[in-house]
Design a protein around this ligand. Structure first.
Ligand SMILES: [Zn+2]
Length: 490
């Protein structure tokens, strides 16, 4: 029984014996698995953390190494910039900020250090928290012409891209550029750009024509003629591409006007503008050719001027007509035809009274009434004036504010009234660059013109308008007798 009881118990024991190790094996396996998982977990997690940490360290290292190369390149560029820079570095693992402050004397900035600081701060603010970046603030300098420099404060940001292992250049922050005279280092002013008062008056004429061109108002001509002159005290906004002028108080409805340098090329120091803006602005003469300008005064006259225009048309020659205002008013259609056929129109005053004896008001009336008459007939304000009898003095020149066109060859047609003599006189006296004086009110003059044109062309002369002969460079307060003979009125 015992045995039997034992037996079963043995057998139970026997049975249970393999069960026991079985149970403890399971526990062991679980333990091992857990242990492995634990170890894996610890090591894996550790490794994971380690990897991230390591990547961060690596990224920081990559960033630092590459930043060194980048900054060395930038340093080299700075060394060559001609600005003798003082370098300030503010560096962390994430962000390297380098500010180059030029040490050159005569810079056009009011507070350069502050401006550099402001733009750098702005760039820092735009940098994201987790971003690794290099910020470089500096001044760029470009010699635009022999006399003009362009300065600009900029701030660049190079963002490190660890995946691509490269810097990516973000949008550069820029202050407005400053343009400085190389000579003084100071900002270019209207006085640098516009050399003299005569030039200022030349610009005034351009402004007047421009306002007229932009207007449909029939009464605008009176307002434009009454427009007070701009002065060096006027407010100018300069850029190398264009100039904006605030006009003195006036009735035209235009308070400021922007001029392209092409329009005022004759009246500016072209060293202070972008050369591309004035390309081909002024006519130039071929130094290997001979030129002369035929000028006709005192018209238009219905008996003689149309015949002269027919001749000029047939010969394909352009001339210049200095017209008397009264005659323009009486012969609008002829004046219009003169302009439409490509001839140049100039003022010869309203009543042909010698200007120097007149009062300021009288001179103004003589000039403005003629301007108005010519404008109403042709749509253009006469830029040039020929004074009656060529008489001009300083006071007259100031009030008139137009270039005075004199002459170098006098046909003496008004004296001789003889076709053969007029022809001989002109052909024998003309030389290269001459302004030839004739009067289209005399039939003998008109009769002499075909032979004069033929004779001059045979000698190799090209017949051009006054503007072309003087390369459109004539200015108020000056008088012109021919090419290379320019005199200040005194
Ligand atoms: Zn005259």
């Amino acid at each position: 029984m015992n045995k039997s009881t034992y037996e079963p118990s043995r057998s139970r024991r026997r049975n249970s014996q393999p069960q026991k190790p079985n149970q403890s094996n399971k526990g062991k396996n679980l333990f091992t698995l857990l242990s492995i998982l634990f170890v894996l977990g610890v090591f894996g997690g550790g490794y994971w953390i380690f990897t991230i940490k390591n990547n961060e360290v690596m990224a920081t290292e990559h960033f630092a190494d590459n930043a060194k190369v980048l900054l060395a390149d930038i340093q080299e560029e700075r060394d060559q910039s001609g600005l003798a820079n003082k370098k300030t570095i503010d560096s962390s693992d994430q962000l390297k900020v380098v500010v180059y402050t030029p040490q050159k004397a005569n810079l056009p900035f009011e507070d350069l250090e502050k401006d550099l600081q402001t733009i750098t701060e702005k760039n820092k603010e735009q940098t994201k928290k987790d971003e690794m970046a290099v910020i470089v603030s500096k001044v760029t300098l470009r010699h635009l012409t022999d006399q003009m420099d362009r300065y600009q404060i900029i701030s660049e940001r190079y963002r490190w891209n660890e995946a691509k292992r490269e810097f990516i250049k973000e949008e550069t922050l820029e202050d407005s550029p400053l343009y400085a005279s190389q000579q003084t280092g100071k900002m270019i002013t209207a006085k640098d750009l516009i050399p003299s008062e005569a030039d200022l008056l030349g610009i005034q004429q351009v402004i007047q024509q421009k306002i007229l061109d932009q207007s449909d108002d029939k009464t605008m001509i009176d307002k434009v003629l009454a427009l007070p002159a701009i002065s060096f005290d006027s407010e100018f906004t300069y850029s190398p591409e264009k100039l904006t002028v605030v006009l003195p108080k006036n009735d035209t409805g235009v308070d400021k006007i922007t001029l392209d340098y092409k329009e005022i090329a004759a009246f500016i120091n072209t060293e202070f503008v972008d050369p591309s803006t004035i390309e081909g602005a002024l006519p130039t003469l071929d130094p290997n050719k001979k030129y002369a300008a035929l000028t006709f005064d005192d018209g238009p006259n219905p008996a003689t001027t149309p015949k002269l225009l027919d001749i000029l048309k047939e010969k394909n020659v352009k001339a210049t007509f200095f017209m008397i205002g009264e005659n323009v008013t009486a012969n609008k259609e002829i004046a219009k035809r003169i302009h439409e056929e490509g001839h140049e129109v100039g003022s010869h005053t309203y009543t042909h009274t010698p200007l120097p004896g007149l009062s300021q008001e009288q001179i103004q009336t003589e000039v403005r009434k003629t301007d108005k008459a010519i404008f109403e007939a042709t749509g253009v304000l006469p830029q040039n004036i020929r004074a009656p009898y060529g008489a001009v003095d300083v006071k007259t020149a100031r009030i008139t504010a137009k270039p005075f066109i004199e002459w170098s060859v006098d046909s003496a047609d008004w004296q001789t009234k003889n076709t053969e003599s007029i022809k001989r006189q002109v052909l024998s006296q003309t030389y290269n660059g001459t302004l030839i004086l004739m009067h289209d009110i005399h039939p003998e003059t008109v009769d002499a013109v075909p032979a004069i044109i033929d004779g001059l062309q045979k000698e190799g002369y090209e017949l051009v308008t006054v503007d072309t002969l003087l390369s459109s460079r004539q200015k108020p307060l000056h008088q012109y007798f021919g090419v290379g003979d320019e005199r200040v009125v005194d």
